[in-house]
Write a protein that binds this ligand. Sequence first.
Ligand code: 5AD
Ligand code: SF4
Length: 483
Amino acid sequence: MSSVLMDLDEFDLNSKEPITEPERQYYFMAKCREWVRNKEKEINRPLTFSVVTFGCQMNAKDSEKLAGILEQIGYHQIEGEEADFVVYNTCTVRENANTRVYGRLGYLNSLKRKNPNMMIALCGCMMQEDAVVDKIKKSYRFVDMIFGTHNIFKMAELMHTRIHSKTMIIDIWKDTNLIVEDLPSERKYKFKAGVNIMYGCNNFCSYCIVPYVRGRERSRNPEDIVKEVKELVADGVIEIMLLGQNVNSYGKSLEEKTTFAGLLKLLEEIEGLERIRFMTSHPKDLSDDLIEVMKNSKKICKHLHLPVQAGSTNVLKKMNRSYTKEDYLSLVDRIKTAMPDISLTTDIIIGFPGETEEDFLETLEVVEKVRYDSAYTFLYSKRSGTPASVMENQVEELVAKDRFDRLLKVVQKISSEMTARVAGNVEEVLVEEINGQDPSLMTGRLSNNILVHFKGSEEQIGKIVKVKLAECKGFYYMGELCN
Ligand code: 5AD
Ligand code: SF4
């Protein structure tokens, strides 16, 4: 599924490039398209591209934008890396994300040796780190283009420069105020889409590299968001996922102040839109207004991803999370009182510097009190440049690993009990795809994000159907379609 706002045929390629965006980028897409067409004639086959995403939903969304641009340029999307244009959209939130990218770059090099037309672009969070760019410049000379998180919209322009310069193109912006609207985007699903509502983060949690690589918080104008969602709905989308590092502080950076709760009310009114999801919510900014709007909404899914990160107030303070254990638990209480059937999910970091056995037990206690539907658990990873990386008392690896395993056991037990609580109910399921293992089954999601597999047919994809949750299988259901 793609959305495009301008016709590339309308550009006079002999004229000078436009100064304003997005016109300028469409001009460069047209220029690159001409190059691709000539290349295809020369080698007598279509040119292909592949975008490989590492990391979070933000990156997945950025990858759709990159794919949208490459389609406009005339490349054909394929899976896997044996393509003529390969983009790695990287993540750096934990060290192992970086390791994975370096590991796969060697493979890309071997592919490029076999295909002289191949171009390799690296972008995303990892590229915002000077040390990474230095290393690639030195040891990975075969890479064609490096850009960061702030200028993915410029990929066609960078490609154009690369074609004409024959040297590695590096363009990393430290930060930006710019939000370029109306660029092409290629959606993975016809019926659901991610929508950026804000970029960046101002929270500077002491372990986290995101504020350094994604820059300061910038919210999109509500009118632009509403326009995009209406266009998506007109194009067949019934579920949207609003994306931001901290959606609860949406609107703070706008001249005309508005709130996330206010934005949700606007989106709720869009006819044809059936489900609204969002992530991520920072507990310190979650307002009573938002709880009220969620409670009264027919469209907002009863699911909140509310990262707690740690259970001990002591650790939370060192993490710079701006809430105590008691604040968090009382927020959860308010949410559950308003919406008893809500699903709560979370992120937890184990082994933060200075975490003692007592601190860890407090994390377990919070998990047991809140009873999360699921929890993403991470071993603390030292990110250079963050305040936590130079804190004393870094936790020994074996101790952290032991706590991690103990936490996981508790999380998994509670998670399967929570999943089972809707067993036997008839619930609405948005049908997403044919089951990967058994093609007679369809796979869909409940409003609270749980997966359900049931006997159905392909025509149901993209529709909401009623399914009886017959059998709970731990973290998913086997269901029966109701007519
Ligand atoms: N180490 C481990 N986990 C981290 N996260 C962010 N930074 C780090 C780090 N340095 C986790 C947090 C965040 C999630 C997206 O990644 O739990 O919510
Ligand atoms: Fe990182 Fe904290 Fe911002 Fe989330 S809120 S992206 S954990 S700094």
